[in-house]
Design a protein around this ligand. Structure first.
Ligand SMILES: [Zn+2]
Ligand SMILES: [Zn+2]
Length: 286
């Protein structure tokens, strides 16, 4: 079984109820953080997962809202671990990831120095192992396999999606993208597809062109649902709602997805959790 938890279902716009984009996928005793938006560690804390329990960080792209709390993840993992041999944090992302990680660590250089000067047992700065990829298999450990495929979020490029598989269960994570062949291939036959979505019908009513621009490089709810149908996935999990999903609007968003996808649809607030079982008989939880 693979467990998907929507840690942050928000967007770049600060929201009192929603953390920034981030999803936790747990499988085979491993915990993968996909993107690390605003407030991500507050959400992992809410489900009892500490920064030092994150097996690897997977980044779909380098838009600021998806990496806002990268520094927090790096520093918190480092200072909250008390085991003597914490392995470097694997960070898998598109080309450009190493530059971003390097600069974040540089920005935190003084802080890292203060802490090392103060704590004798912190003998080296936070260690990372960055892998930049656009396609292929990137992880194979203890029956968990992760593959990567290209998505289309231009002019943000390159961007990637992930597919995590464990003992016959599988989940694809699209990140931000318009419908594209790369995502179709990555998601083909997956138990679940986690997809970021926007509502052009609501966004186009806003009198601000910069907000309307958002529609040009994201999938609408209907487009995400069409992708899920083409790929033949069992469960469509919607997240990163733009504009923010308001209380009581769930059925409206669900109906839009249901107009193009006739299987299980999951959406909701931060910490919404979905179990993805092997085969098509995926079983939801609250
Ligand atoms: Zn983006
Ligand atoms: Zn985004």
């Amino acid at each position: 079984m693979i467990e998907v938890t929507l840690l942050g279902t928000g967007s770049p716009i600060p929201d009192a109820r929603r953390a920034g984009p981030s999803t936790l996928v747990r499988a085979g005793g491993q915990a993968f953080l996909i993107d690390c938006g605003r407030g991500v560690l507050q959400r992992t804390a809410a489900i009892g997962v500490g920064a030092d329990q994150i097996t690897a960080l997977l980044l779909t792209h380098l838009h600021s809202d998806h990496i806002t709390d990268l520094g927090d993840v790096l520093i918190s993992r480092w200072v909250s671990n008390f085991a003597p041999d914490l392995p470097p944090l694997p960070i898998i992302g598109p080309p450009g990831t190493a530059e971003v990680v390097d600069h974040v660590l540089k920005a935190l250089r003084l802080d890292i120095g203060y802490r090392m000067a103060h704590h004798a047992d912190l003998t080296e700065p936070p260690q990372v192992e960055v892998e930049e990829v656009t396609a292929g298999v990137v992880w194979g450990r203890d029956e968990v396999r992760i593959s990567v495929g290209p998505t289309n979020h231009r002019p943000v490029a390159p961007t990637i999606g992930f597919r995590i598989e464990h003992r016959g269960a599988s989940v694809a994570l699209a990140g931000d993208t318009v419908p594209c062949v790369g995502l179709d291939e990555l998601a083909a036959g997956a138990g679940a597809l986690v997809h970021t979505v926007v509502r052009p019908d609501l966004i186009h009513a806003l009198p601000v062109q910069r907000i309307r621009d958002i529609c040009g490089y994201h999938s609408s709810v209907e487009e995400a649902a069409q992708t899920a149908t083409r790929a033949g996935v069992g469960i469509l999990i919607l997240t990163h709602y733009v504009p923010a999903l308001q209380p009581g609007q769930e059925d409206e968003w669900r109906a839009l997805a249901a107009s193009k996808f006739d299987r299980q649809i999951e959406l909701g607030d931060d910490l919404h959790r979905v179990e993805v079982h092997p085969g098509v008989c995926a079983k939801p939880t609250g």
